[in-house]
Design a protein around this ligand. Structure first.
Ligand code: ADP
Ligand code: SF4
Length: 690
């Protein structure tokens, strides 16, 4: 298919200082969990984006000096020549496909605590960044930088920039965002210096200016120099000389970088979940930048729609369409637009599981794209899959995320696939969940698979078909895949999270009951020890529907795990806005029909809470009765010609959507594969040179 001429603009080359990007698609720096300890995985992951048509592909954050150590978070390093060779694997891979390679040089300043290197951290005035944030707490405060430290920082940036050039990078960054060192200089709360680096904005911006100058000098015109800067806080600050301090800063440094990479200030606002922010949410903060510089501007906004991208360029907001998440969910997004296949774009759903991988310090995972991070270690390519190795037929029971992904990947391999779904529509748990506040965009997971499956003549999906063991046997497929999901349990737990027994009763409900249409009676209590989104989103949903709702959790915060996915601060705000009463560090121990007994998680102190409907959002148990029923009939299975019965997704191990999709994909990749090829390839740092 040919490209829609409406999108030609996106394929224009863009000059960035001494280099030229082949198009406007720019995979911005984002941590992917693959540090210098996994150089082959990292290179293959970024190569896939270059292959998929991105004009520029950047690294994640790369420390310039051992004084900037984010361990155990997965940062990269460029401290010596061994690191140069490690990064060169990526630049060579990216260049093979005609893309430019960018490197985000980074010093964490007061946001790091140097757990690994044990060097005292430093910041402009001795203040930490987010020292009380759960994930980043440390108990050593940074020292105040003196003039020698500033000179040493210049030298470290220059040395790292020279190494970056040596490693083959085309774009080298100065990073003044997200609480990292140069950004701390920009904000007066963190920068209370009385020397030439503190006071007026021109003084506070001096360090950034000098870092840009030393970087230019170090790369000697061979690489472009980009400035990545957070503008949210500065835009909110009045300035005597300009509409805001952000305007003043951009005007001050306007032509000094070859590229402006503009972003917001903290992970939850810069990379907000779709639950709380729409596509293009950065525009209100960064829309002025292009008016103050002639240099190209790149920014992000979870852009997946080519029309939204074109609009950004036409309206003079951005020159380059930046993407982290959309390039993870679909590394081939640019190629698909180029080939007139927009409908094939696997759109990011904005769930932020990818971000949680960074918090977990592991290679990036994605709900939509199970192949991400697995390019080298499992040899999975997002657009290619091995042809079927047999003429086997496969029956998949259940068309939730696991069953659908499995059907799609098997169908692409060429197997004859039948999917039986009990409900009247596909989607599994998402049939209900996409109707909850803010979760509509998660429906993209289903929409994309529905669209792709419709093109495969060898996959048939039957709705309204609940299969029992007899019917599976009668169907007689070569392989049976059980993707029947999981159910929420009415189980209570001890403080050690050991089940203490079922709580039955007329007012005791689970999310499955609400999905089936049960209307709770007020006052309603949502008791959440699942800790992911379901408890919080249900409380918000019910409160918005007019119920009086309390939210109870043994954790210290609402939806405790969502700190990992950048959602938690906004879940707290959403519950407050909806009028939900929040009770943390509390466990439900008994329910009398009109009141609950709560015990404090640590002291055990008891109190009562009025309640007529208790919604337990706790454990999920695999819905594996069909699997166990079939497994008990080995003779009949053999007679029916069924060679294997396998559980996938929640029916195997209840988890998040990302686990279900991955599980379904993995089954499909591994069917009929030579077992010798199924081991996880282990990556390792490049051997150090003597
Ligand atoms: P997962 O996340 O693992 O895909 P879900 O719970 O989202 O799990 O989806 C499981 C799907 O399986 C649901 O749509 C459910 O209706 C369907 N299902 C469960 N049992 C059967 C059965 N015996 N026959 C057909 N479909 C079933
Ligand atoms: Fe988008 Fe979720 Fe994938 Fe991240 S994990 S890229 S937010 S779909």
């Amino acid at each position: 298919m040919a490209r829609n001429p409406r999108y030609d603009l996106l394929f224009e080359p863009v000059r960035i200082g001494p280099v030229t990007a082949r198009n406007r698609f720019y995979a911005v720096p984002h941590a992917a969990g693959m540090t210098n300890s996994m150089p082959h995985m990292r290179a293959a992951f970024r190569e896939t984006k270059a292959e998929g048509g991105w004009g520029v592909v950047c690294t994640g954050y790369v420390s310039i000096d051992p004084g900037s150590d984010d361990a155990p978070l997965p940062y990269a390093t460029l401290w010596d020549d061994d690191d140069v060779r490690s990064h060169a694997l990526m630049t060579e891979a990216v260049h093979r496909h005609g893309a430019l390679a960018g490197i985000e040089l980074w010093h964490g300043g007061g946001s790091v605590v140097n757990r690994l290197t044990r060097l005292p951290p430093m910041s402009p005035s001795g203040t930490s960044w987010m020292a009380t944030h759960v994930g980043f707490m440390g108990n050593q405060r940074p020292r105040v930088m003196d003039a020698a430290d500033i000179r040493a920082l210049h030298a470290a940036q220059a040395a790292a920039a020279r190494r970056a050039r040596q490693a083959g990078f085309d774009i080298v960054y100065v990073y003044a965002g997200m609480g990292y060192l140069p950004y701390e200089f920009l904000l007066p709360e963190w920068n209370q210096r009385r020397d030439a680096y503190g006071g007026s904005l021109a003084n506070r911006a001096r360090l950034v200016r000098e870092l840009l100058e030393v970087t230019h000098e170090a790369v000697a015109g061979r690489c472009a120099v980009a400035l990545r800067v957070s503008l949210e806080e500065l835009r909110a600050r009045p300035s005597a000389n300009a509409p805001s301090e952000a305007h003043e800063l951009v005007a001050l440094l306007a032509e000094l970088p070859d590229l402006w990479d503009v972003k917001l200030d903290s992970s939850p606002t810069d990379c907000p979940p779709s639950r709380f922010a729409a596509e293009g949410s950065h525009e209100a903060v960064i829309d002025f930048v292009k008016g103050l510089t002639r240099k190209p501007v790149v920014g992000v906004g979870r852009f997946t729609s080519p029309d939204a991208m074109v609009s950004q360029v036409r309206r003079g907001v951005l020159d380059l369409i930046g993407a982290a998440r959309p390039s993870i969910a679909d590394p081939f997004l640019p190629s698909k637009i180029d080939e007139g296949r927009e409908q094939d774009i696997r759109e990011c759903i904005g769930c932020n599981i990818c971000i949680s991988s960074w918090h977990d310090s592991v290679p990036v995972r994605c709900t939509q794209n199970p192949t991400i991070g697995e390019e080298w270690r499992r040899g999975w390519h997002p657009e290619r899959i091995a042809k079927a190795a047999s003429t086997a037929s496969v029956l998949i029971v259940g068309a939730g995320p696991a069953g659908l992904e499995c059907a799609l990947a098997l169908g692409r391999r060429g197997y004859e696939v039948t999917v039986a779904e009990a409900a009247d529509d596909i989607g599994g748990r998402l049939r209900f969940e996409t109707r909850l506040p803010g979760l509509a965009a998660w429906g993209r997971l289903l929409d994309w698979r529905r669209g792709q499956l419709a093109r495969l003549a060898n996959v048939n999906v039957y709705r309204g078909n609940r299969l029992a063991a007899e019917e599976v046997l009668a169907f007689g497929a070569t392989h049976v895949v059980i993707a029947t999901g999981a159910r929420w349990a009415k189980l209570l737990y001890s403080p050690l999270e050991v089940p203490t027994g079922l709580l039955e009763g007329p007012g005791v409900l689970t999310p499955d009951d609400l999905a089936a249409g049960t209307v709770p009676q007020g006052p309603v209590v949502v008791y959440d020890f699942d800790n992911y989104y379901m408890g919080g989103v249900l409380a918000e949903h019910l409160a918005r529907g007019g119920h009086s709702v309390s939210y109870v959790t043994p954790a210290g915060h609402v939806s405790a795990w969502t700190i990992m996915s950048n959602e938690q601060p906004q879940v707290h705000r959403a519950l407050a806005a909806a009028g939900v009463a929040v009770h943390t560090l509390a466990r439900v121990t008994a329910f009398a029909g009109d009141s609950l007994t709560l015990a404090h998680q640590f002291t055990g102190a008891q109190r009562q809470l009025p309640c007529r409907s208790l919604i337990i959002v706790g454990a999920r148990l695999a819905d594996d009765a069909l699997y166990t029923g079939l497994s008990a009939r080995s003779a009949q299975l053999a007679e029916a010609g069924v060679r294997s019965v396998t559980r996938i997704g929640d029916a195997l191990a209840p988890g998040a959507l990302v686990h279900a999709v991955y599980s379904g994909h993995r089954y499909a990749r591994e069917l009929d594969a030579d077992p010798a090829t199924l081991t996880l390839r282990r990556d390792a740092p490049l051997p150090r040179q003597p």
